[in-house]
Design a protein around this ligand. Structure first.
Ligand SMILES: C[S@@+](CC[C@H](N)C(=O)[O-])C[C@H]1O[C@@H](n2cnc3c(N)ncnc32)[C@H](O)[C@@H]1O
Length: 258
């Protein structure tokens, strides 16, 4: 699942062997890991998941505190280094942010609403957003998958910060590129798109499909390639420190239009 996840659940020796075998016998048209993504299965899985930090973090609620602290430090550095006055820490709160694939609003509540005046929420499962609805600083809620969210068409933004965490594995590569490519139109000048995700440690450098919630875990190389295809450049990136050793590494990327 795109939440914190044990390395042993996928991308391990067994998975690598399975993928090597597949490669040996496959034709040039072998299905890619993301071709297995089925949004109906994904929504079925998440809709049957408890609306709690434990639920959205796949049974690892203890990583939430360290994750939010790491994100807060990452953002503070971005703001400090920004040449744009409206984004600098001395301005106080950012005007507006959006939490994409927000779940129950763990990040909105634990981070974004303390750094932005208004935080919009995009999340397909309404039972999750019912938890955060009406809370201080929460703006509009869009119950839709990111592949079907067209913010410019709806006249939304500009956002100073577009946060995507532990959710873009629900999108195919093509959907992710298309989604990321439409974000600059709703980003304020100098604003950031942040993607914070698990990284595949598959032995053959492959992305890994997870049938539990029908998602993929991508490699660092794949993420960087897709960001480039979407017309974005990485302006800052950090590995989340302090994650338990048996979980996938987690990396945050701050992106801006090239
Ligand atoms: C692991 S949870 C992470 C939630 C939140 N980002 C966090 O870190 O607490 C994954 C979330 O992605 C949502 N999701 C599933 N399919 C999605 C899609 N197509 N677009 C956006 N979010 C999706 C799930 O409903 C779930 O809330």
């Amino acid at each position: 699942m795109p939440s914190p996840k044990r390395k042993s659940e996928a991308g391990t020796d067994n998975e690598a062997k399975k993928q090597r075998t597949t490669t040996a016998t496959a034709t040039m048209t072998a299905p890619t890991p993301d071709s297995h993504i089925d949004p109906e299965l994904a929504i079925k899985y998440w809709s049957s998941t408890e609306a709690s930090v434990n639920g959205v973090l796949g049974g690892f609620p203890q990583v939430s505190r360290i994750d939010l602290q790491g994100s807060s430090n990452f953002l503070a550095k971005l703001r400090k280094q920004s040449p744009h006055t409206h984004l600098q820490p001395k301005q106080g709160k950012l005007k507006s942010a959006v939490d994409c694939g927000a779940g129950i609003g763990r990040i909105t509540e634990g981070l974004l609403s303390s750094i932005a005046e208004t935080v919009d929420v995009v999340e397909p499962v309404q039972a999750f957003t019912d938890v955060i609805k009406g809370k201080a600083g929460v703006g509009e809620i869009y119950n839709v998958g990111l592949e079907n969210w067209f913010p410019a068409r709806e006249g939304l933004g500009p956002y100073d910060l577009i946060w995507n965490q532990w959710c873009v594995g629900q999108l195919t590569d093509a959907q992710l590129v298309a989604y990321l490519a439409r974000l600059p139109a709703v980003l304020s000048q100098g604003g950031w798109i942040v993607v914070k995700e698990n990284l595949s440690n598959n032995h053959d450098g492959q992305d890994v499909y997870d049938e539990t919630d029908s998602s993929v875990t991508r490699t660092d190389d794949k993420f960087r390639r897709l960001f480039g295809e979407a017309g974005l450049r990485v302006v800052s990136t950090e590995v989340q420190r302090g994650m338990p050793k048996d979980l996938y590494p987690v990396r945050a990327y701050a992106l801006q239009p090239k």
